[in-house]
Structure formats: structure tokens, C-alpha cells
Design a protein around this ligand. Sequence first.
Ligand code: ADP
Ligand code: ADP
Length: 236
Amino acid sequence: MLHITELTKTFNGKTAVNKVSFDVKQPKMIGVIGRSGAGKSTLLRMLNCLTTASTGTISFNGEDVTGLRGAARRQWQSRCAMIFQQFNLVPRMDVVSNVLHGTLNRRATWATMFNLYPQDDIHKAIEILDRLGIAEQAPKRAEALSGGQQQRVAIARALMQDPDIILADEPIASLDPMNAQIVMDALRRIHEEDGRMVIANLHTLDTARRYCDRVIGMRDGRVVFDGTPDQLTTGV
Ligand code: ADP
Ligand code: ADP
């Protein structure tokens, strides 16, 4: 499925990700762990083509997706939708519009203003929100929601694209323990029920152990551990 070979990213002479290679043969739930600065975020951003790799390749189902541009890049980004620590919603826009935002990109604001969203898309958005337990929040502004609810809106926005892969960059780092659990449960369900691959950067080992099938440990830009949570005995 996903085949990553010697992926490297250098910023002004400093190597953030150093020859990272791994394969994902089935849609697993994968946790990437490691201290701050280990290169986790840069790795995910390269997978999503938010950052261009310096060297190395990423291929998905035999297709090279390294350093795509333009329409091909946008298409890839909808197949591997990303969620972020700070949710990255439009705070003053309502929840449904936020969910639909990704489907239309820049045109979304105008589409909402002039009620241009296709009814089917609106229904799909509400269904996804319902599945995540936040359908009743749909008409509210995103900024009126709790952090855990906002992250679920971001997950809904990702699901709206029907992605093969969900990339989550520290999805629970800004949340209290209860909301963190709700968000991780949601990601786990999406993996199990829909068969989507989830790759989540996590800063705690415990979370990775509890939710992930496979753990990739990074340190100084390199992979220093790659295995199941049971094989993980020491800190990374
Ligand atoms: P992590 O997500 O594990 O905390 P990052 O991928 O954010 O690690 O960062 C890895 C290294 O790359 C750090 O040393 C960081 O300072 C550096 N880095 C990340 N993004 C940039 C950037 N845009 N410009 C320069 N250096 C960066
Ligand atoms: P206020 O009542 O403080 O003026 P508004 O609700 O009118 O705030 O929105 C402020 C900004 O947020 C506007 O510039 C508008 O473009 C944007 N915005 C708010 N709601 C939406 C929406 N549903 N779709 C797109 N943009 C929105």
C-alpha cells in the first residue's frame, strides 16, 4: 500500500527527517512517537505533500506521490486527509461549512454565503457529524465548541473526502484526558469500521500502546523503533 523509501528533509542544512523507510501493507493504525523535534511532524507533512521531501520517495498503491504539485497534489491530499493539533477550523464559520470547506477549498466561503453546497454533500456532512456524536453542533460556529468537539469537526472534514489514509499530527495534544479519549476512540473506530489507514503522531507512549497496531519510534529524524506495542519496552 504505502511504501516510503529513505525519505529525508533538510532545512537550511539541518536534517529534520533522515532516511526514513517503512512499508504499510495493510490499512493499520500506526502511532509515530518520539520527543519534540524528532521529525514526526515533518514526516507527516511530507506524506501529505505539505512539505516537499529533499530526497527519498513515497508511493501509494504503486503510484509515486512524492512532491506532487497542482491538481495531482490536491487529489492526493484528499486521499490522505490530515488533521492537526490546533484543529485548523475556520473559527467563525459554522460547523457544517467547516466540514464542507475541504470539498470546495477556496470557493467554500462563497458557496456558503450563496447556499451553493449540493444537498447531498450537506446530508453527508450531517451523517458524518452524527456518527462522531456532534450532529447537534452543526449550526454553531466552530469557535463555540469545546476542543474535543472541534477536533471531531476536523475529523469530519477529513472524512468528507473519503480518504484512504488519515494523518493526525498530535491530534490530542491540546485536549484534556476525557476529550483525548473521545478523539482517539473516534480515530480507532474509523480505522476499524471503514478500514482506513490512520497514522497519528502521538507524544505519549501510553496512547500509542492503547490504540495503535504498530508503533514507529523516531529520534533525531531517524526511525529507532518499528514494531507492535508489545515489543515496545523502553522509551524512545
Ligand atoms: P516533531 O514533530 O517530532 O516535534 P518536527 O518535525 O516538528 O518534529 O521538527 C523536526 C526538526 O525540524 C526540528 O529540529 C525542527 O526545529 C525542524 N523544523 C521543522 N520544521 C521546520 C521549518 N519549517 N524550518 C526549519 N526547521 C524546521
Ligand atoms: P460578525 O457577526 O462578527 O460580523 P460574521 O458571522 O458575520 O461575524 O462573520 C465574520 C466573518 O466570518 C465574515 O467575514 C465571513 O466571511 C466569515 N463567515 C462567517 N460565517 C461564515 C460561513 N458560514 N461561511 C463562510 N464564511 C463565514
